[in-house]
Ligand binder design. Structure first.
Ligand code: NAD
Ligand code: LMR
Length: 338
């Protein structure tokens, strides 16, 4: 709905430039794939985030409806919709943070890698747009297979000369949310009081919960460790099967994506001690990318924490995870490098 020019200008002054004017910080955030199962509830949650001053919603379908709907929420962010490839550059220009849940989800019987064929090309196109229009933005990559799409994005950015490893973050927050939930169930406590580091990657055995490092410290029987590890590694499949062909996790994922995006924005604002797990460029293992705890700051993932002490069970899980990860990363990189 077009605004009279003076009103558009007022909105711009009041919200977009509030940082420059010394007001409350406000960041510009784009969601690519905003009309999808994750995109819609994520748009809702980002519209509720007081750190967001401008919210751009991009998709190849249905963004006018989603934008009209979300824009009526009486929260601070100005919402704008963008539809189709021709509007991608406008959607991205000036963004501080770009969140990417674009792409197809799994159906029962599929692995995340089965999505590569379609999602690899989608991620490439979107990242080419980012390299051109907002090369300094932090990118939160959700599209599966994350273990490959992060390498795809990195190679696109390297090719364009804009790659900043601190700013490319594969989103593994849902693995941590699941781990916290399932561990809290076993312990009989509130999940908000539990923190489980989950390292490695985001598919099957590459999802490696470090149950020996749960805070507050606690111990599990071997049966509990086996049950928890299996449930955390297969949490995505549990949802895919329950949805029986209607897609994969969308609501818990939107929650996790909004939580991770909020952490990135708090880091950008300069908050101290913002720590989350994420799949990032790393020297923690011999692999080029690996999920582990990172400290988020003004530059993105400013510090990457080592794995810490792992027990025998976790060491063996780590070897299995690395074996699969190396191939998924290679597959993603080769998609761009040929
Ligand atoms: P969905 O099909 O409901 O939505 C995807 C959206 O992407 C659709 O609206 C579609 O139009 C859009 N899209 C397709 N091609 C596009 C393009 N070229 N540019 C922009 N938008 C495009 O799927 P969903 O359930 O929202 O899942 C999206 C992706 O997120 C899937 O790949 C899924 O596997 C992944 N996922 C990741 C995690 C994680 O933890 N990282 C969790 C859940 C889902
Ligand atoms: C998840 O973990 O829920 C996502 O990666 C979606 C999926 O395919 O399992």
């Amino acid at each position: 709905h077009p605004l009279p020019p003076q009103m558009e200008e007022n909105l711009g002054l009041r919200r977009s430039d509030c940082r420059a004017k010394g007001g409350a910080p406000g960041f510009k955030v784009a969601i690519l794939g905003a009309a999808g199962g994750i995109g819609q509830p994520l748009a809702l949650l980002m519209k509720m985030n007081p750190l967001v001053s401008v919210l751009h919603l991009y998709d190849v379908v249905n963004t006018p409806g989603v934008t009209a709907d979300v824009s009526h929420m009486d929260t601070g962010a100005v919402v704008r919709g963008f539809l189709g490839q021709k509007q991608l550059e406008d959607a991205l220009t000036g963004m501080d943070l770009v969140i990417i849940p674009a792409g197809v989800p799994r159906k029962p019987g599929m692995t995340r890698d089965d999505l590569f064929k379609i999602n690899a090309g989608i991620v490439r196109t979107l990242c080419e747009g980012i390299a051109k229009c907002c090369p300094g933005a932090i990118v939160n990559l959700i599209s599966n297979p994350v273990n490959s799409t992060v390498a795809i994005a990195a190679e696109v950015f390297k090719k364009a000369g804009t790659y900043d490893p601190k700013k490319l973050l594969g989103v593994t927050t849902l693995d941590v949310a699941r781990a916290n939930t399932f561990v809290a169930e076993v312990l009989g406590v509130d999940p908000r009081t539990v923190n489980v580091p989950v390292v490695g990657g985001h598919a099957g055995v590459t999802i490696l919960p470090l149950l020996s490092q749960v805070t507050p410290p606690c111990s599990f029987t071997p049966e509990e460790v086996a049950y928890l590890t299996d449930r955390i590694q297969n949490g995505g499949t549990e949802v895919v099967e329950a949805k029986a062909g209607a897609g994969s996790a969308t609501l818990s994922m939107a929650y996790a994506a909004a939580k991770f995006a909020d952490a990135c924005l708090r880091g950008l604002r300069g908050d101290a001690g913002v720590i989350e797990c994420s799949f990032v460029a790393s020297q923690v293992t011999e692999l080029p990318y690996f999920a582990c705890k990172v400290r988020l700051g003004r530059a993105g993932a400013e510090e990457i924490f080592p794995l810490g002490p792992v027990n025998e069970f976790e060491r063996s899980g780590l070897e299995k995870a690395k074996k699969e990860l190396v191939e998924s990363i290679q597959k993603g990189a080769s998609f761009i490098k040929g």
